[in-house]
Ligand binder design. Structure first.
Ligand code: ADP
Ligand code: MG
Length: 270
C-alpha cells in the first residue's frame, strides 16, 4: 500500500540584521506563491509583528504564535485568515517580547515550533519570518525548516554578519536539523542607478555564485507603502516592478525547491 506523501516546504526567512527586507520578502513572496496556486501559511516569529500588521491583522490577537511556542496551544487554533484567499497567518503578539527568555527553561526548547508544525496539513509552503537576532526564536525556525532564505540588502555592510549567520545555520544543521540548507540569498533594495548598490550586488554574487537568487528585488517606494495598507505588493500595486520581481522570485524559489541538492555549508562561509 503506497501513500502519496505531499511534502510541505518549510522556509525560514532569516538574517540577524534588521531592516534588510525579511518581512517585506516574507509577505510579498507568500502572496506571490499564492497567486501561482500554492496554499501558504506565514508564521510571524518576530516580536515586532511587522508581518502581522503588514497583512492587515491586529497585533493583539488572543491566539498567536506565543501560545504555540511557550504555551501548549495547537498551531491550528492560532491560524488567522488574511485578506488574500489562500494565505493564512499565525500572528505575533506583544507577549512575544518575552518569548526568547521564557523558552529557556522549557523542555526541548529548540524544537517547540518543529513539533507544533509536525502534523500541520493543508499548506504547500510554510514561510517563517524571523526576528533580527540569532537567539532561540530563530533557532526554533531553523530547527523546523527545510531551507533558509537569506535576504541581503544591497548596501555597504551587506556581507557583514553573513558568515556568522551561515555558521549558525551550519551548527543547527549538525546538531538539530540535518536536512537544513540555504535555498537562496535574495538581494533586496537594489538601486541600479547607484554605483555602490551595484558593486555590492557584484560582490555578493562573487562570494556566493550559486546561492544568490537570479531574481533581485529593486528598491521601490511602493514596497514601503504597502504594509500601511495591510496589503501585499501584488494586491496593493499589481502592475508594479516590485510586484513583478516578487512574482519572478516566487517562480525561481519554486524551481529551486523542486530541484534541491544539498549544499555543503562548510565551504560557503569560508
Ligand atoms: P526586516 O524585516 O529585515 O527588518 P523589512 O522588510 O521590514 O526588513 O524592511 C525594512 C524597511 O525597508 C521597511 O520600511 C520596508 O518597507 C522597507 N523596504 C523593504 N524592502 C524594500 C524595497 N525593496 N524597496 C524599498 N523599501 C523596502
Ligand atoms: Mg522584519
Amino acid at each position: 500500500m503506497f501513500h502519496v506523501c505531499h511534502a510541505v516546504n518549510v522556509l525560514a526567512i532569516s538574517n540577524q540584521k534588521g531592516g534588510v527586507g525579511k518581512t517585506t520578502t516574507a509577505i510579498s513572496l507568500a502572496a506571490a506563491l499564492v497567486e501561482k496556486g500554492s496554499r501558504v501559511l506565514l508564521i510571524d516569529l518576530d516580536p515586532q509583528g511587522n508581518a502581522t500588521s503588514g497583512l492587515g491583522v491586529g497585533k493583539d490577537q488572543p491566539r498567536s504564535i506565543y501560545g504555540v511556542l511557550v504555551g501548549d496551544e495547537g498551531l491550528g487554533e492560532a491560524i488567522h485568515p488574511t485578506g488574500v484567499v489562500g494565505l493564512d497567518l499565525i500572528p505575533s503578539s506583544p507577549e512575544m517580547a518575552g518569548a526568547e527568555v521564557e523558552l529557556v527553561p522549557l523542555m526541548a526548547r529548540e524544537f517547540r515550533l518543529r513539533d507544533a508544525l509536525q502534523h500541520q496539513k493543508g499548506y504547500d509552503t510554510v514561510l517563517i519570518d524571523c526576528p533580527p537576532s540569532l537567539g532561540l526564536l530563530t533557532v526554533n525556525a531553523l530547527a523546523a525548516a527545510d531551507a533558509v532564505l537569506v535576504p541581503v540588502q544591497c548596501e555597504y555592510y551587506a556581507l557583514e554578519g553573513l558568515a556568522q549567520l551561515l555558521a549558525t545555520i551550519d551548527a543547527v544543521r549538525q546538531r538539530l536539523n540535518a536536512k537544513l540548507e540555504v535555498l537562496a540569498i535574495v538581494l533586496t533594495m537594489e538601486d541600479r542607478r547607484n554605483r555602490l548598490s551595484m558593486q555590492v550586488t557584484e560582490e555578493v554574487i562573487r562570494h556566493f555564485p550559486e546561492l544568490v537568487a537570479r531574481v533581485r528585488i529593486p528598491r521601490a517606494v511602493r514596497l514601503a507603502e504597502a504594509p500601511s495598507h495591510g496589503q501585499p505588493i501584488n494586491v496593493y500595486d499589481p502592475g508594479s516592478r516590485a510586484a513583478q520581481a516578487y512574482g519572478d522570485l516566487a517562480q525561481e524559489i519554486s524551481m529551486r525547491l523542486a530541484s534541491r541538492v544539498p549544499i555543503v555549508l562548510g565551504g560557503v562561509g569560508a
